[in-house]
Design a protein around this ligand. Structure first.
Ligand SMILES: CCCCC/C=C\C/C=C\C=C\CC(=O)SCCNC(=O)CCNC(=O)[C@H](O)C(C)(C)COP(=O)(O)OP(=O)(O)OC[C@H]1O[C@@H](n2cnc3c(N)ncnc32)[C@H](O)[C@@H]1OP(=O)(O)O
Length: 303
């Protein structure tokens, strides 16, 4: 409810995909300049910026929340607002999600939202995570993840909700659902999303061991669809997008829904219980202790 209220308030306050301003009142301008301006629009919030090209119907969402694009409540709220607005704009048919930060696509859920927080805060946070997943996994747009850095846990989940994943081929980057390494358990809908992509057995091993894969390994198991050099990432994403957009929209959307609906329905039917499960699990002393140890390890690794 809090997320929905925040979405309503923010939507009302901010103009999204701000109308391109015509510069004609400042005198004569080149027609192609005006056309280009009319065909592109930009929206920026503190953690997300969106470039929308009306000539292609494709928006690029840049995650820009240093240091690691962790999915905090604020980040998720902004993310969902941006997504909802794009979804409502009938001229937007495709979305590419990428990171503006070097080396990191997204570090996954913000651990500080789960550590030392009240049950109420944890519950609100979890609802926002559910909302992000639901919106992305059932989006009518073609969604492409352009993964230009590490993408553990919730970052991997975000990528998995997209229709197509392209990752930069840099062995320093990794991707996977590594929750067990933090002493926590990926919820059933994280597991379902991964199993729908790479199959049951690979998911079982990957989750149990908290596996993080290099781009080449991720390609091998089908966790990503393509790996490319960094400089080719966006052009490859645009090419993939064009291929998906060439399919008649109703046929593509119905097929997507047919493939994903059982997973979406399972989650939505258990949504409340899932929040309760998360809150009671994450606030346990033993789990809080595991998160503390993991946070300390992250800090030590840095030192
Ligand atoms: C049976 C019932 C089950 C019910 C369900 C119950 C529970 C499910 C619960 C939760 C599911 C959670 C999914 C998640 O997403 S958990 C998050 C997992 N994420 C990670 O493990 C990533 C950790 N981070 C890293 O590995 C690296 O930071 C990374 C490779 C992403 C980047 O490395 P880099 O060297 O560039 O940066 P660092 O120096 O490591 O980090 C900089 C800074 O950022 C802090 N930080 C990193 N990740 C996070 C994060 N996820 N949340 C919050 N903060 C993060 C890091 O500590 C550094 O901070 P500081 O030292 O500068 O203060």
């Amino acid at each position: 409810m809090a997320l929905r209220a925040a979405l309503r308030t923010k939507c009302a306050l901010s103009g999204f995909l701000s109308q391109p301003s015509s510069s004609s009142r400042h005198g004569r301008v080149c027609a192609s300049t005006v056309l280009a301006a009319q065909q592109r629009s930009n929206s920026t919030s503190s953690k997300i910026s969106v470039d929308f090209d009306q000539s292609t119907g494709v928006a690029v969402m840049h995650m820009k929340s240093p240091p690691v694009n962790s999915l905090s409540l604020d980040f998720l709220t902004e993310f969902c607002i941006s997504l909802e607005k794009l979804e409502m704009d009938k001229s937007c048919r495709g979305l590419i999600i990428t990171s503006s930060l070097p080396k990191v696509f997204s570090a996954g859920l913000d651990i500080l939202e789960m550590y030392g927080k009240s049950p109420e805060s944890c519950g609100e946070f979890w609802k926002a995570v559910q909302e992000m997943w639901l919106k992305l996994y059932s989006s009518n747009m073609v969604t492409v993840a352009a993964i230009n850095g590490s993408s553990p846990a919730g970052g991997c989940l975000m990528s998995l909700t997209c229709d197509y994943r392209i990752m930069v081929d840099n062995p320093r980057y990794s991707i996977g659902l590594n929750e067990t390494q933090l002493g926590i358990v990926a919820p059933f809908w994280f597991k379902d999303t991964m199993a729908n992509t790479v199959g049951h057995r690979i998911t079982e091993m990957a989750l149990a061991l908290g596996m993080l894969y290099s781009p080449a390994e991720a390609l091998k198991i089908g966790l990503v669809d393509q790996i490319v050099p960094e400089e080719k990432l966006m052009s490859t994403a645009e090419q993939a997008m064009a291929k998906w957009l060439a399919i008649p929209a109703h046929a593509r959307q119905l097929t997507k829904s047919m493939m994903r609906k059982p997973t979406v329905d399972r989650m939505t039917s258990k949504r409340e219980a899932d929040v309760q499960n998360f809150v009671s699990f994450i606030t346990k002393d033993a789990i809080q202790n595991s998160l503390r140890v993991y946070l300390e390890m992250l800090k030590k690794r840095k030192a």
